[in-house]
Design a protein around this ligand. Structure first.
Ligand code: NIG
Ligand code: FE
Length: 405
C-alpha cells in the first residue's frame, strides 16, 4: 500500500549523516511511502511525478518528525516507589535509600511476586500511553527479576509486546542490575549464574538483543562486567552499559573496550572516558529525567559533542529514579539541564537513539528506504514543540505507513 502526506509546514528528516543540530528541515513539504517504507520526502514543489496520484492525507500544516525512539527504559515492573521520591525531597540519597532496603531491590521483591500476565498488562498500558506521545520504538530492560526464571519472565513480557506490535520493541537483558541479597556474600557465584545460566537460557529462546550491566559502586565492577559481556558475546548479545551515573567508575572506557553500542547516564564521566567512547564509536545516552528526579548534576551534552560522541536522549522510565515515560519532557530537560539545542535533542530521540539500538538503517530518520514511522505535531517549529511543554502536542502517529493514533 502506498500513501502520501501533503501540506506539512515543517518536516524534520533527521538524516543519518547530519552533524549535531542538522535535522534536514524542509519548509512546505510532503512525504511519500510504499509498502511501509519511505520512498520520498522533500519540498512539495519537487514532488516526483510517480507519487502525485497516490492516496493523499492533508497534514494541515503540522510539524512532522520521525517516530520518536525511547532507547532506555525499564518498562516491566510491579509497584511504584513514591515514598523514595518523598525521602529524596527531604534530602535522602540514592545510596541511603538502597542501603535501607529500598531502591532497585524493593522493585525486585514486588516484581518477583507478580505474574507474567500482570506484568504484561501493566507494561502494555505504559506502551499505549507512550504511543500517544509519538513514541514508535522502545527499548526495554529486564533487571527486576534477578533469578533465572524471573529474568526470563520479564523478557517474555517484552517478546509478547513485540509480537503484538505495532511499535518496535527491543529487549535488553539486565540480569546484572544489582547483586541480590541472597548472593551478597557470594558475588562471584551470582556473576557466574548470570554468565553461565541466564545468558545461555535467554539466548536459546532468542529473548534479547543486548546485554546491559550496571557498573557502579554498589552494583558491578568493571571486571565482573567484562566476564558477563564475554559470555553475552559468545551468545550473540551486544553490550550496553549503565555507566558513571553516581560515581566515575571507568564505565565509559569499559564501554569502548567491550565494543558497546551505547553507554548510558554518564553524569560523572571524565573527559578521558568520553575520548575513549569517541574512539570506539559508542553513543552517549543521556537520561535527564533520572538526574532531575535524583537531584544530581546532569551531563553537559556539549562535552560529548566536543569529544565527537553522538548523544541520544531517553527517559530511563522506571518505578523509582525516573517514574515518567514522557520522552518530550525528557527532551525539554535535555535542553534546559544538559544544554542541548531543541534540534540536537530531536536528533537524540530519533537518529541517535536508533544508533544506540543498532537500528539506524531501519528507523530514526525520514530517508528513503527507512520504515515510514512518523509523527504529526501541533507546533510551528521544533523549537516551539520542545520549549512549549504540554501534556501532548501529537495530532497523529504512523507506523510503517499506517495510522495508529
Ligand atoms: O537506570 N541505575 C541503575 N538502574 C536504574 C534504576 C532503576 C531503579 O532505580 O529501579 C537507572 O537509573
Ligand atoms: Fe536505567
Amino acid at each position: 500500500m502506498n500513501g502520501l502526506l501533503t501540506n506539512i509546514s515543517q518536516l524534520a528528516i533527521c538524516p543519518a549523516a547530519g552533524r549535531p543540530g542538522d535535522i534536514g528541515l524542509v519548509t512546505g513539504a510532503a512525504l511519500a511511502w510504499n509498502q511501509g517504507r519511505i520512498v520520498w520526502a522533500g519540498p512539495t514543489e519537487s514532488m516526483p511525478a510517480q507519487v502525485r496520484g497516490w492516496p493523499a492525507e492533508d497534514a494541515q500544516g503540522a510539524l512532522v518528525v520521525p517516530g520518536l525512539i525511547d532507547c532506555h527504559t525499564h518498562l516491566a515492573f510491579a509497584g511504584w516507589r513514591a515514598d523514595e521520591f518523598d525521602r529524596r525531597c527531604r534530602g535522602a540519597t540514592y545510596q541511603e535509600i538502597a542501603a535501607s532496603g529500598g531502591g532497585i531491590m524493593s522493585t525486585v521483591r514486588r516484581t518477583r511476586a507478580a505474574s507474567e500476565t500482570e506484568l504484561h498488562a501493566r507494561a502494555r498500558g505504559f506502551l499505549e500511553s507512550m504511543t500517544d506521545l509519538g513514541i514508535t520504538t522502545v527499548e526495554c530492560k529486564s533487571g527486576y527479576g534477578l533469578t533465572t526464571e524471573d529474568e526470563l519472565k520479564l523478557l517474555r513480557v517484552y517478546r509478547r509486546l513485540r509480537e503484538e506490535g505495532p511499535q518496535t520493541v527491543v529487549s535488553t537483558f539486565l540480569g546484572a542490575h544489582v547483586v541480590p541479597p541472597e548472593f551478597q556474600s557470594r558475588r562471584a557465584e551470582y556473576v557466574r549464574l548470570v554468565s553461565e545460566e541466564m545468558v545461555p537460557r535467554l539466548a536459546s529462546e532468542q529473548l534479547a538483543t543486548f546485554c546491559d550491566v550496571f557498573v557502579e559502586d554498589g552494583a558491578f565492577t568493571p571486571d565482573e562486567a567484562r566476564q558477563i559481556f564475554a559470555a553475552a558475546g559468545r551468545h550473540g548479545l551486544r553490550p550496553k552499559l549503565h555507566a558513571d551515573q553516581l560515581t566515575d567508575s571507568d564505565g565509559a572506557a569499559l564501554a569502548a573496550e567491550v565494543g558497546a553500542v551505547s553507554a548510558d547516564h554518564l553524569e560523572c564521566v571524565r573527559d578521558a572516558g568520553l575520548a575513549a567512547m569517541a574512539g570506539g564509536g559508542v553513543v552517549a545516552v543521556i537520561l535527564p529525567l533520572a538526574s532531575t528526579y535524583l537531584q544530581t548534576r546532569p551531563l553537559e551534552a556539549r562535552r560529548c559533542f566536543q569529544a565527537g560522541v553522538p548523544v541520544a536522549v531517553a527517559t530511563d522510565f522506571n518505578p523509582g529514579t525516573a517514574p515518567s515515560y514522557h520522552l518530550p519532557l525528557a527532551l525539554m530537560l535535555a535542553c534546559t539541564a544538559s544544554r542541548m539545542t531543541p534540534a540536537e535533542a530531536l536528533q537524540g530521540a530519533t537518529i541517535q537513539a536508533a544508533r544506540a539500538l543498532g537500528l539506524a538503517e531501519e528507523v530514526g530518520s525520514l530517508e528513503s528506504g527507512k520504515r515510514a514511522d512518523f509523527v504529526l505535531l501541533d507546533a510551528e517549529s521544533v523549537e516551539h514543540w520542545i520549549s512549549h511543554f504540554r501534556p501532548n502536542a501529537v495530532r497523529a502517529v504512523f507506523v510503517g505507513g499506517r495510522r495508529i493514533r
